[in-house]
Write a protein that binds this ligand. Structure first.
Ligand code: GMT
Length: 377
């Protein structure tokens, strides 16, 4: 049996998919007996209650008067090095190249080469920050100095190579769902709160950033609701929310659309839906579509980024070019209007989520990478 490891994990503790993946991975590794140390500025939002083998080390930023701006990145690097020495960590697994991989690189300089660094790319540091010339060299440094780099889709690997001229190996590690949490929940008692029995429920879940194209969600729904009695549930909050509220009023859709705000029990919420809409401009993977898939809910969305690696067009959902809301609406109408087709998609979703993206499979892939960088493969 391979030896149990001591792993430091750093992520954005309050940020969407990457924070969820990092936290869930930490919990699964701890369940397998590894010792997991979260090194973050606040407790990761999905961590929940006390877990065996999980520790949390807070990064505190000193606000000395000589600093014009409190240096969070230096505080993080210092904390990483302290924890690595104190707890005798084998490796740091950081999510996002900037600043986390760069901080881990600094920590490694302080601790010594025995401390290995694994970096997972989630998208935004490549597709957004990677476009900024002033940051490119820094992101490249973080990536090239890591002992292993993983990315959450083939598309992101290609994009990383193209945007940053990276030639090193990058492992593919898709996002995953814990099948003990994500399965079709019985929400029949709650469905009536949101829709009449003959109505379908369309859902969108995001952080309402411009890349999510939530305006397209409303356009798709407006077309669909002309042909199929339906409701739209919007879950999450973010910068585009006021614009979307205004658009819904202008289009006279207020009585058919509900805003649910931020929700924690995503498996329950998604189980209310007949269809998820994800028309993003950029999406390195689309964790929410996987969460929906695992609950038996197909996705209609765009062909952006890694979405086609997850959602199989015509099998577990339908995809169309970014911005083609007409085609997306046609796909949605087809699926929602045909019970037999919908049942087939639902089965395909459940099967695919379990076979390709289950927690055990992806956790094993990460473990293999850890043992490889530690020379124990
Ligand atoms: O989608 C977001 O805006 C949040 C972002 C994040 O950093 O959490 O999500 C990114 O990472 C997720 C986990 O790997 C992926 O599933 C999302 O597709 C990716 N978002 C984008 O690429 C826009």
């Amino acid at each position: 049996m391979e030896r149990l490891l001591k792993i430091g994990i750093t992520c954005y503790p309050s940020l969407g998919g990457s924070g969820v993946v990092a936290t869930e991975l930490g919990k699964l590794l701890a369940e397998k007996g590894h010792e997991v140390h979260f090194i973050t500025h606040s407790i990761p939002f999905r961590l929940g209650t006390f877990h065996r083998n999980i520790y949390y080390h807070e990064v505190e930023v000193n606000d000395y008067y000589v600093f014009r701006y409190p240096p969070y990145d230096l505080a993080l690097a210092t904390r990483m090095a302290q924890v690595a020495k104190m707890q005798n960590l084998d490796l740091l697994h950081v999510h996002y190249a900037v600043p986390h991989a760069v901080c881990a690189y600094l920590a490694k300089q302080m601790v010594g080469d025995r401390l290995k660094v694994v970096t997972t790319l989630h998208g935004t540091d490549i597709t957004v920050l990677g476009q900024d010339e002033s940051l490119k060299d820094l992101i490249r440094l973080g990536i090239n100095e890591s002992d292993a780099v993983t990315a959450v889709s083939n598309d992101l690997i290609t994009e990383t190579r193209r945007a940053l001229d990276i030639t090193r190996d990058i492992d593919l590690t898709y996002n995953f769902v814990d099948k003990r949490v994500y399965y079709p929940r019985d929400v029949s008692g709650m469905r009536g709160d949101f829709a009449e029995p003959h109505e379908k429920i369309l859902m969108h879940i995001s952080n309402f950033r411009p890349v999510k194209r939530v305006g397209d969600v409303v356009d798709i729904f407006a077309r669909v609701s002309k042909q199929i009695p339906s409701r739209l549930l919007l879950v999450g909050e973010g910068p585009d929310l006021p614009k979307i509220q205004a658009k819904i009023s202008e289009m006279g859709l207020e009585d058919r659309v509900r805003f649910l705000g931020k929700q924690d029990e995503i498996a329950q919420v998604i189980s209310l839906a007949d269809l998820l809409l994800l028309p993003s401009e950029k999406e390195s993977f689309g964790l929410v579509a996987l969460e929906a898939m695992a609950c038996g809910v197909p996705t209609v969305g765009s062909e952006a980024g890694g979405i086609p690696e997850l959602v199989q067009h015509g099998v577990t959902g339908y995809l169309a070019p970014i911005g083609d809301t007409e085609a997306m609406a046609e796909h949605a109408v087809r699926l929602l209007g045909d019970e037999e087709l919908a049942a087939r998609f639902r089965e395909a979703c459940l099967h695919r989520a379990c076979s390709e993206f289950c927690n055990n499979r992806i956790t094993n892939q990460y473990e293999d990478i850890y043992y490889r960088v530690l020379g124990q493969a």
